[in-house]
Design a protein around this ligand. Structure first.
Ligand SMILES: Nc1ncnc2c1ncn2[C@@H]1O[C@H](COP(=O)(O)OP(=O)(O)O)[C@@H](O)[C@H]1O
Ligand SMILES: O=C(O)C1=C[C@@H](OP(=O)(O)O)[C@@H](O)[C@H](O)C1
Ligand SMILES: [Mg+2]
Length: 195
């Protein structure tokens, strides 16, 4: 992991105020691994909403889908994310459907800087094929499901504050781009404000 100069990390944390850096995007885009590394580079706390949901429910994500269904999962996800967002600054990686839920999205917009990790279909499919922990893809044709989710979710992900092209390069490269863009966004967002 490439270290970030302390002064730069501090400048970004100050510019965040109490807000969180929130990763959104489809399954396999890299939200969990990139979020974790960005948090480490900034010495900020890291929360992954799926991990948090698993901890509070003492069940895995597939078990929750199996036992209660997607709707209940979304309600739980919303509760967890709203609570987590109260304690920024931090890095929060969400599950792919979180930003699609209107209430969850409103909270992210109000209390976070949203970063869409955008990747192409081939890369997403290659990455999700490594683990069998995504219930929405436990179907005969997961590629078709992913393509359908792309069509339906992209118009929503597009409303994120920042878009980063997640591609087949080292994580360090993606993390450095995220940090640059978040800093740029925060500084430009404060420009023109009356003090
Ligand atoms: N830039 C990258 N280079 C190499 N592997 C990556 C990169 N980004 C993500 N991955 C891998 O892709 C898989 C999915 O990443 P993950 O963070 O779980 O995605 P998400 O949380 O968006 O579903 C993991 O195996 C992860 O290690
Ligand atoms: O896209 C989705 O609806 C989901 C994405 C998953 O998280 P990742 O995006 O981290 O894989 C997880 O929250 C759940 O399986 C549902
Ligand atoms: Mg994840």
């Amino acid at each position: 992991m490439k270290m970030l100069p302390r002064a730069k990390a501090n400048a970004l944390i100050e510019a965040l105020g109490g807000r969180s850096i929130v990763f959104v995007g489809l399954m396999g885009a890299g939200k969990t691994v990139i979020g974790k590394q960005v948090a480490a580079m900034l010495s900020l706390p890291f929360v992954d909403s799926d991990h948090e949901i698993e901890a509070v429910s003492r069940m895995t994500i597939p078990e929750i889908f199996e036992a209660y269904g997607e709707q209940e999962f979304r309600a739980l996800e919303q509760r967890v994310i709203l609570r987590v967002l109260e304690s920024g600054p931090q890095v929060l990686s969400t599950g792919g459907g979180a930003f699609i839920n209107e209430n969850t999205r409103a909270a992210i917009i109000a209390q976070g800087i949203s970063v869409w990790l955008k990747a192409d279909l081939n890369l997403l499919m290659e990455r999700v094929s490594r683990r069998q922990n995504r219930p929405l893809l436990k179907v005969a044709d997961p590629r078709a499901v992913m393509a359908d989710l792309m069509a339906r979710r992209y118009p929503v992900y597009e409303t994120a504050n920042i878009i980063i092209h997640s591609r087949d390069v080292q994580k360090d490269v993606i993390c450095a781009e995220v940090i640059e863009e978040v800093l740029r966004h925060c500084l430009s967002a404060t420009e023109g404000q009356t003090v």
